[in-house]
Ligand binder design. Structure first.
Ligand code: C5P
Length: 230
């Protein structure tokens, strides 16, 4: 199968909707590749800081995006380790500060353009589960299945708080809630690739659903579209 014909399932949605967990579980279940596109924007933000590049210097950031030296080391366990220029940045990548900086560089059209080919290169047999904001609308418009996972801002702040605590970070619930609203607003309003479901996406509101319940719905969709091996 030529790489560009490998099937793709896109999982888009706002941060904290659970799309990272769901897409990773799905990729593992199907034995497919996984693209965490948010990690690329986060890595670019980290690289910019390391190289002293301003977060609004679109031209230099786009160059940096094309040359970004990244490796995802999947050890088969939880989240893959992420290496930037050979250094493990897995922990730094997940901080609120990095997320906020990522959302700023992601608003620049030149940066999004520079990351397009990199993202499409993840499409390889037997298939790809792509997690992000514009996977179904821009990066893989021909995906076999598009899911848009959402949840209320309160629920997302609560989950994020729990997740950060588990990772050993302290954060105030109020500040997280405000950050989530600000990031949603910026992601939804930006001129290029705003956060919105593709016209042919299946929207799942996960506010009152457990991970298992969301996975059950996703599995049913995967079977319906004939994307399952058995
Ligand atoms: O999903 P995650 O929180 O890691 O993404 C970090 C930021 O990167 C988001 O707030 C968003 O601004 C940006 N992003 C994007 N397009 C994607 C993935 C992430 O603009 N496909």
């Amino acid at each position: 199968m030529p790489a560009e014909r490998a099937p793709v399932i896109t999982v888009d949605g706002p941060s904290g909707s659970g799309k990272g967990t769901i897409s990773r579980l799905l990729a593992r279940e199907l034995g497919w590749h996984w693209l965490d596109s948010g990690a690329l924007y986060r890595l670019l933000a980290l690289a910019a800081r390391r190289h002293g590049v301003a977060l609004d210097d679109a031209g230099t950031l786009a160059d940096l995006a094309r040359r970004l030296d990244v490796r995802f080391a999947d050890d088969g366990g939880g989240e893959p380790r992420v290496l930037l220029e050979g250094e493990d940045v897995t922990r730094e990548l997940r901080t609120e500060q990095t997320g906020a900086a990522a959302s700023r560089v992601a608003a620049l059209p030149a940066v999004r353009e520079a990351l397009l080919d990199r993202q499409r290169a993840f499409r390889r047999p037997p298939g790809l589960v792509a997690d992000g904001r514009d996977m179904g609308t821009v990066v893989f418009p021909d995906a076999e299945l598009k899911i848009f996972l959402t949840a209320s801002a309160e629920e997302r702040a609560r989950r994020r708080h729990k997740q950060l605590k588990e990772q050993g970070f302290e954060a105030s619930m109020d500040a997280l809630f405000r950050d989530i609203l600000a990031r949603d607003e910026r992601d939804a309003r930006r001129a290029v690739s705003p956060l919105r479901p593709a016209a042919d996406a299946v929207v799942i509101d996960a506010s009152d659903l457990s991970i298992d319940e969301v996975m059950a719905r996703v599995r049913a969709l995967v079977r319906e579209r004939g994307l399952h091996g058995d």
